[in-house]
Design a protein. Sequence first.
Length: 248
Amino acid sequence: MKRVGLFSLLLFCLSVNVRSDEPATLSPYLTSVFDKGEKLTFTLSWLKVTGGSAEMTVTPVPESKQVRLQSIAKSNAFFSKIYRVRDEIESIVNRADLSTVLFHKKLDERGKKKEDVTVIDEEKGMALRRGVETQVPKPIFDPLSTIYFLRTVDLSPGKVHTFNTLADGKLYAIEATVLQRESVRTDAGTFETVLVEPKMRRGGIFRDENTRLLIWYTDDERRLPVRIRSTISAGTITATLRAIATEP
């Protein structure tokens, strides 16, 4: 398995090239988020043991029609004795359709560091990574922007959304199925949510039936991701919302 760490592993599981059948539409809350910003703070746990924290932030790019999405995950003092992690992921997207124009990740895990940058030329429809070009559709998403894109679509139970996402220079196709409504309790409060399960349509990270990704979004105009859970062969990793801040 690739070395992707705690919260980064959750994001990597969403690494599925997203060719959307539905344009991004922003509610008044999400319009404010992409105009002014947002910060979501999560508690990370592995096999029910608290392992660290993560932040996901939205920041408008000054004097442009783009938005910066960022996630930072780090292990706590206890877990760092076993597996030290500090991962940073940045995605620059177009404000209009959330299509990715730049994806940058810096991984620092157990002292092993890795940095990777993908730049997308929208006019040519090409993504450049490590000197290699890959043809991509538009809009195109990355693991981080996919989470935000799903906040903009119809999440009524029974809905199925198909996507294309770019990860590590490869395109993947997924289907995101809205399963059901559930009540979820977190340190940030108790929320009524809709449960979404993205799956690879063929191959990729979901080729193993034991691998599963679940995302709980609030069942309101905010579409906050209050819980993200990945079940893999090594166990279950969960990110649970702890705090919400607008205009951070």
